[in-house]
Design a protein around this ligand. Sequence first.
Ligand SMILES: C[S@@+](CC[C@H](N)C(=O)[O-])C[C@H]1O[C@@H](n2cnc3c(N)ncnc32)[C@H](O)[C@@H]1O
Length: 355
Amino acid sequence: MDPEPKKRRFPQEKHEQRRRKQEQFLKKVDKAKVKKEKEEEESKKFEAQKLVDQEKPMKEGYTISVALPGSILENAQSLELRTYLAGQIARAATIFRVDELIVFDEEGQGPRTTEGEFTGIGKKGNCCVQMARILQFLECPQYLRKAFFPKHQDLQYAGLLNPLDAPHHARRNEKVPYREGVVLNRPVSAGKGSFVDCGLVKEVQIDRHLQPGVRVTVKMDKGTKGHAVSPRAPHTDAGLYWGYSVRLAPSLSCVMTECPYSGGYDLTVGTSERGESVDDHDLPSFRHILVVLGGLHGLEAAVTGDPKLQVSDPQPLFDLYLNTCPGQGSGTIRTEEALLITLTTLRPKIMQSGL
Ligand SMILES: C[S@@+](CC[C@H](N)C(=O)[O-])C[C@H]1O[C@@H](n2cnc3c(N)ncnc32)[C@H](O)[C@@H]1O
């Protein structure tokens, strides 16, 4: 037996094994290098994109306004049901990112403000006030309600309503880029801004000195520091839905003429079972759309009740007059149902045509 050949083959095999291992190792190194280069490239692209994004002008975005008569509350039999109905309107507005809710008086002489004492429900115009008050209450984050809504009979059942669960209703432990808050009456040395209750365990110190009791939108910085921004900033800067404003209009004409946006509403849509089928219409480009719904007797009642309007047919008042549920099965669609149907059917058209 000659052990030599074995001895000679052994180191050769070992050498071969080592060479293969080295090859594998080099392959791995190459792969890791390629991966790292790719990652670095991606990260450079990301940083470059961030710079481009920062240079982009802020997009104001389009707005959606919805008007409906406060009288729809009169059809509900009790305060509990009236409250629930107002809650349904608030939920629909939030689901569809409505920016402005307008409650108008069909008789053309309604109030403009929810301020003042409770004067009974059945009286003229009070349904509008009650509806507006409940809508405002629901829009306000829970932790701020005590500060902004003193006990009121209109709000007796509002605390039981389904919450809106909107982005500005952040919970105590939620880490969010923006928060709504109320400026606290706490002494701060000059130039040190104000303290704000933003629904967190600790108050947030903001850069600006603001009057105590004022509602403010805060962009959160590190820890409990922040700065005051416009209430529209969460929407324009971060694409967040930030609730709706509520406006009381004494009449239908005031809905149209007292628009809070500069330039006014550039697209108005009336709704009726007698309108043209929504399926046959796209929306033209717009910046501020207004969608108007009628009450028990349709928009005709609001037109007739408005002393400033000399017409009886609502159609000519609007750019579009739409039936949003062609071929409806039920004889009548209630306003709160029509609101959901209308916003559902208009949603893709709004997204396509909003500037
Ligand atoms: C109870 S309905 C009014 C029905 C009333 N009989 C009428 O003649 O108009 C209340 C509101 O819901 C909306 N609505 C009802 N059916 C609609 C439909 N098919 N298309 C669009 N809006 C509708 C309208 O705004 C209407 O004014």
